[in-house]
Design a protein around this ligand. Structure first.
Ligand SMILES: *Cc1c(COP(=O)(O)O)cnc(C)c1O
Length: 373
């Protein structure tokens, strides 16, 4: 059994993808070929925003977004400590400082209430340094954007959505990627919509921001890449990856539906010995991961071993919350600062989740889980 089965999907799309790739190879347009523009058109209408700009990966998508918003040294950006490292890394790369705020125990996403409590205690000088919030849609579940938007309006902050795990997720029938000033996603192979290498994208309704990201991804180009009007990056999506994504996008809604079916079956049949994902009303997760917590605090290791003995792979996302990562030691956070993120990181684990997970495999996973507590 595989944790994420990319081979099955490849078998399904083999011929179509091979034809697309042959087309790119024979065209010679390896960089910014027509497939890249076609993909950007399709992604922007899928997400329902004015502009989509693809780039080299989801981390660059965050960095490009922060650069386009003008974030730099001495600025501060609020984000969650319970995410993949790249979310906060991008803040540091542009010279700004991540400010971590604890998560909600129910959704594992950043807590709007805790952000408000934090902001309400700051003086005017301190408030002036805080420029943005990066919300992360952890495991595919969109963050609480309604509340986050209100806070951003009240405190005059930019809202950035890190949708690396949530492409396809929805709030009240609106897709992730359409909530903040600017949002990002990743096409890393294991994400809900993945390519066969690295890839990413930025979404925004602002033409000004989209134009800035288009310039920034090609060395801060002006008229062309030999006219450089700002410092940027080299961060384009390869034509080959765009070609792969065009084929995968065609079956993506069906895959979302299949993921939802797997999630529903887990939700209904995994017993009460576990804390299962809770999804806010009107929200639809993209189910990048299906993650559980053991009610008995120290049982994770033995449950993972029992699953492993039956050939069922598991993963822990994330063992070390970001405020305790060595790379952020200079920020001077310590154990105990974010008790919810810390507790969750000690008890959570993820079980196999992908659109092609067989019912008999789901049954085995559920049986072993329910016998283990
Ligand atoms: C994967 C991921 C990223 C980074 O995406 P890459 O394409 O690997 O650079 C950023 N944020 C989150 C939450 C992620 O899961």
């Amino acid at each position: 059994m595989k944790f994420i089965d990319l081979d099955f999907q490849y078998e399904l799309l083999k011929e179509k993808i091979s034809n697309r790739l042959r087309g790119v190879l024979e065209s010679g347009s390896y960089i910014m070929g027509p497939e890249v523009l076609e993909l950007e058109e399709q992604l922007k209408s899928y997400v329902g925003v004015g502009h989509c700009v693809t780039c080299a990966n989801g981390t660059d998508a965050l960095q490009l977004s922060l650069m386009a918003l003008g974030l730099k040294e001495n600025d501060r950006v609020i984000t969650t400590p319970f995410t993949f490292f790249a979310t906060a890394e991008a803040i540091s790369i542009v010279g700004a400082e991540p400010i971590f705020i604890d998560i909600e125990e129910s959704s594992y996403n950043i807590s709007p209430e805790k952000i408000e409590a934090f902001l309400s205690k700051l003086n005017k000088d301190e408030l002036g340094k805080i420029k943005a919030i990066i919300a992360v849609d952890l495991f595919g579940l969109p963050a609480n954007y309604a509340k986050l938007k209100k806070i951003c309006q009240d405190y005059n902050l930019f809202l950035i959505g890190d949708g690396a795990q949530s492409f396809g997720g929805e709030v009240e029938c609106k897709k992730t990627g359409s909530f903040g000033e600017i949002s990002t996603t990743s096409f890393f192979p294991a994400k809900p919509l993945g390519c066969y290498g690295d890839g990413g994208a930025v979404f925004t309704d602002s033409k000004e921001l989209a134009d800035l990201v288009r310039s920034l991804r090609v060395h801060g180009k002006g008229k062309d890449k030999y006219d450089n009007i700002r410092i940027g990056l080299n961060s384009r999506l390869d034509t080959i990856q765009a070609a792969v994504l065009l084929e995968k996008l065609m079956i993506f809604d069906n895959e979302l539906h299949l993921r939802q079916k797997v999630a529903n079956y887990y939700q209904q049949n995994i017993g009460d010995g576990y804390i299962k994902p809770s999804i806010y009303d009107n929200h639809m997760s993209a189910w990048a991961q299906y993650s559980l917590r053991c009610k008995a605090g120290d049982a994770r290791k033995s449950i993972q071993e029992k699953l492993n003995a039956k050939g069922i792979p598991t993963q822990v996302y994330y063992k070390i919350p970001l405020h305790l990562q060595t790379a952020f030691r200079d920020l001077m956070y310590k154990r105990g600062d974010f008790p919810v993120a810390e507790k969750v990181s000690e008890t959570i684990f993820s079980i196999p989740m992908h659109p092609y997970l067989k019912r008999e495999d789901q049954d085995l996973i559920i049986e072993v889980l329910n016998q283990s507590v």
